[in-house]
Design a binder for this molecule. Structure first.
Ligand code: NAP
Length: 246
């Protein structure tokens, strides 16, 4: 039980990688808030988490809305007592080649993936600094490091998260706050399911391990960073990509 009694808020945790992080953290004894725009699936996931014997709640949250974020962080601490772990997982894609990319698609991706994480960090750090303890883990992506045709908005947002993580690590280490990122490669979730088999086969050629990752491959790295075993690690990125980028 590496996270016994810790209280964790995970954004975008109704499904996919976030859900796997939530389930994994609950198995390690953490209490969990599933904070997601999709309240119906958030509630379903929260019930599944509660069946593991920990406290769990679903909270409606649009990470790009500052009022929403401030409200959810306040409600979380009132209900759970402390905020020990924040996972910035909520993310979207709006792909297209740069010349054709609509400004609204750039803004939507940057607002949710990068500004959303900034807002969550800002509100969480107010609480964590008073506690003199906190772990912030942000889900970046391999494309932050490699770039990806068709993903100028997404790869910029994920690269921005690395700068945000390292800056928080420097600014708040003295308050006992650790900030790290996990950069997944190609992981099988709803976000990637709609790619054609042709594209998937092409992508596999660039993965030395020859297979796509699972949400659990990502969540085990996140849980490690959240645990006491990683207390001397801050400002770092763990790459979970089957060797796609090294
Ligand atoms: P996913 O299955 O699409 O799940 C993302 C969750 O976030 C969904 O429940 C979604 O709700 C929610 N969400 C969307 N906008 C939100 C907002 N404004 N506020 C709060 N929640 C919001 O995605 P995933 O594949 O699990 O990805 C999770 C994270 O890993 C993302 O940050 C993604 O960029 C990153 N990542 C994924 C991969 C991959 O291969 N899958 C690779 C690298 C990095 P709705 O469904 O209602 O929109």
């Amino acid at each position: 039980m590496r996270l016994e009694g810790k209280n964790a808020l995970i954004t975008g945790a109704a499904q996919g990688i976030g859900k796997s992080i939530a389930l994994g953290m609950a198995q390690e004894g953490a209490n969990i808030a599933i904070a997601d725009v999709n309240m119906e699936s958030a509630q379903e996931t929260s019930l599944e988490i509660a069946s593991k014997g920990v406290k769990s709640t679903a909270m409606k949250l649009d990470v790009s809305n500052h009022e929403d974020v401030a409200h959810v962080m306040k409600a979380f601490t009132e209900e759970f007592g402390s905020l020990d772990i924040l996972v910035n997982n909520a993310g979207i894609t709006r792909d297209g080649l740069l010349m054709r990319m609509k400004e609204e698609d750039w803004d939507a991706v940057l607002n949710i993936n990068l500004k959303g994480s900034f807002l969550c960090c800002k509100e969480a750090i107010r609480i964590m600094a008073k506690q003199r303890y906190g772990k912030i883990i942000s889900i970046s992506s391999v494309v932050a490091f490699m770039g990806n045709a068709g993903q100028a908005n997404y790869s910029s947002s994920k690269a921005g998260l690395i700068g945000l993580t390292k800056t928080i690590a420097k600014e708040y280490a003295s308050r006992g706050i650790r900030a790290n990122a996990v950069a997944p490669g190609f992981i099988q979730t709803a976000m990637t399911d709609n790619l054609s088999d042709e594209v998937k086969d092409e992508m596999k050629k660039n993965i030395p391990l020859g297979v796509f990752g699972t949400p659990e491959d990502v969540s085990s790295a996140v849980i490690f960073l959240a645990s006491k075993e990683a207390d001397y690690i801050t400002g770092q990125v763990i790459h979970v990509n089957g060797g796609m980028y090294m």
